[in-house]
Design a protein around this ligand. Structure first.
Ligand code: BES
Ligand code: MN
Ligand code: ZN
Length: 509
């Protein structure tokens, strides 16, 4: 999808498809919808009066101007009731309109900014959300996602004047008639394109098959981002991890012939203590010696969604030249059961010297995160936020496609993150870091064991991670949010890109 901003009246825009909107309480449309209605001789008012157009959320009415205006068709998307309106409704309305436009064969699509000025939404936020919804619904996985990464990123949403649109690529024109709003619309669109590209990258990386999205491929993406945005980069291989005494990370990696990589990217946008983002990068989780059942094992290609979210966020941070000090860490390896694999009953020493008795080699995420959380300490961080598809127990507790669990040792950090989650609709729900869970991972042979068994499995995983933190810290268990069997905003299924919107909203506040 390519993007341009036009300063004109939408009823005069030359495009094949126009997108305007309607709240469910409107009888006589005003604003852009009113202007189009007038240009069409009251056709929209008539449809409202006859009850054919209700302004319900998700509704898309189609009108054919037949020469009255330059556009071939007009889509009226419902915004639902004003009382329930928020920024997520903007994303959904925009997605519904753009989806219908694309399905009808529209290629030159012009939209107004949905919802500015309603329910306290400022113009820039509304413009950003209008674009986010459009880009999310148009997202398509392509098997070639890692070839020519720069071109691929541009397809997730880029300014038409910066990239030549590919043949047949949809052009979205955001149309604003009010001169005094233009700067805010443009600012919002700038953030929106950067977020769309970051989220698109995360989705691509998760959707790619595990034989393509290997640790080496993720390292290659990290190198590309470092080069493009001027990040300081460390890409550590097995030998590097051994020098850093990352015994827990290496224990997981030792069952695989594929080289593991520990990725560290640093964006120095401000003189301040860093916010460190840590993403679980298990490129395929077979469970190892504690092997998983085969029927749904394929889904474990998404077990690097935390790392993908961190790489996607770093791309957005770089594209926005965000005035923040942000570090992205991603320990990347697959979890396989070969002859060299770690096994239950092994005792492993992590990089902070703490020892871990292995109960299940399938509790590998907390192992690789342990060394990454210790590594985060060297930045003397203001905050560390980890994202991990860590436990099936979190999915049982909160459900699929509903919310990620947040475990946090700092009230302020938790408040800011959950607020960002609400605003981006990448919701977080608080879970407890109680010492009762610590009791469950006690063992006689080591400082802790890596599994506390079935009950409270999400809590025991979190207090395990806590053993490796000494700073304000939030752990986000995204196991239920990273990969979906549901169409995202009516678009593609599969990878969601969860975390990019959330982290960018958090970092921009
Ligand atoms: N990657 C899985 C968790 C997971 C499950 C992610 C479902 C996405 C969807 C993780 O490594 C795992 O295997 N966790 C185990 C932990 C147990 C062995 C303590 C689990 O949740 O069963
Ligand atoms: Mn596992
Ligand atoms: Zn896993």
């Amino acid at each position: 999808m390519k993007l341009q901003l036009l300063h004109e009246a939408i009823e005069q825009t030359t495009a094949d498809t126009l997108i305007i909107n309607l709240f469910d309480d409107v009888t006589t449309p005003s604003g852009a919808t009113g202007a189009v209605d007038a240009a069409l001789g009251g056709a929209i008012s008539e449809l409202i009066a006859s009850g054919d157009l209700k302004g319900k959320a998700g509704e898309v009415g189609v009108l054919y101007p037949r020469g009255a205006i330059p556009a071939q068709r007009v889509l009226v998307v419902g915004l639902g009731p004003r009382a329930k309106f928020d920024v997520e409704q903007v994303r959904r309305a925009s997605a519904a309109g753009v989806k219908r436009a694309a399905d009808l064969g529209g290629r030159q699509v012009a939209t107004i900014v949905h919802g500015a000025g309603v329910a306290g939404l400022d113009v820039a936020t509304a413009a950003q959300a209008t674009l986010e919804g459009a880009a999310a619904v148009l997202y398509q996985y392509r098997a070639t996602a890692l070839d020519d990464l720069g071109a691929r990123l541009a397809t997730h949403g880029a300014w038409a004047h910066e990239h030549t649109p590919a043949e047949g690529e949809l052009m979205l024109s955001v149309v604003e008639v009010a001169a005094e709003k233009l700067a805010a619309v443009e600012a919002g669109l700038r953030v929106g394109t950067a977020v769309a590209q970051g989220a698109g990258l995360a989705r691509d990386l998760v959707n790619l098959p595990p034989n393509i999205a290997t640790p080496a491929a993720l390292a290659e993406v990290a190198r590309y981002l470092a080069e493009r945005h001027g990040f300081r980069a460390t890409i550590g291989d097995r030998a590097w991890a051994a020098e850093h005494k990352m015994g827990a990370f290496l224990a997981v990696a030792q069952g695989s012939a594929d080289e593991p990589y520990f990725i560290a990217l640093e964006h120095d946008g401000a003189e301040e203590a860093a916010v460190v983002l840590v993403g679980k990068g298990v490129t395929f989780d077979t469970g190892g010696i504690s092997i998983k059942p085969s029927d749904s094992m394929w889904q474990m290609k998404s077990d690097m969604a935390g790392a993908a979210a961190v790489l996607g966020t770093m791309h957005t941070v770089g594209a926005l030249k965000l005035a923040r000090h942000v570090v992205g860490l991603a320990p990347c390896t697959d979890n396989k059961p070969d002859s060299a694999a770690y096994r239950p009953a092994d005792v492993i020493t992590a990089s902070n010297g703490k020892t871990i008795e292995i109960i299940s080699t399938d509790a590998e995420g907390r192992m690789i995160l342990a060394d990454a959380l210790v590594f985060a300490q060297r930045y003397t961080p203001a905050a560390v936020i980890d994202l991990a598809t860590l436990t099936g127990a979190c999915v049982i507790a909160l459900g699929e496609d509903v919310a990620a669990g947040i475990f946090c040792n700092d009230e302020g950090l938790q408040g800011r993150l959950t607020a960002a989650g609400q605003a981006t609709f990448e919701r977080l729900w608080p879970m407890p870091l109680w010492d009762d869970y610590r009791e469950k991972i006690k063992t006689d042979v080591a400082d802790m064991k890596n599994s506390g068994g079935r009950y409270g499995g999400v809590g025991t995983s979190a207090v395990f991670l806590r053993e490796f933190t000494a700073y304000p810290w939030a752990h986000l268990d995204i196991a239920g949010m990273a990969y979906s069997s549901q169409a995202q905003l009516g678009g593609a299924k599969g990878a969601t890109g969860f975390g990019v919107r959330l982290l960018i909203a958090y970092l921009r506040n």
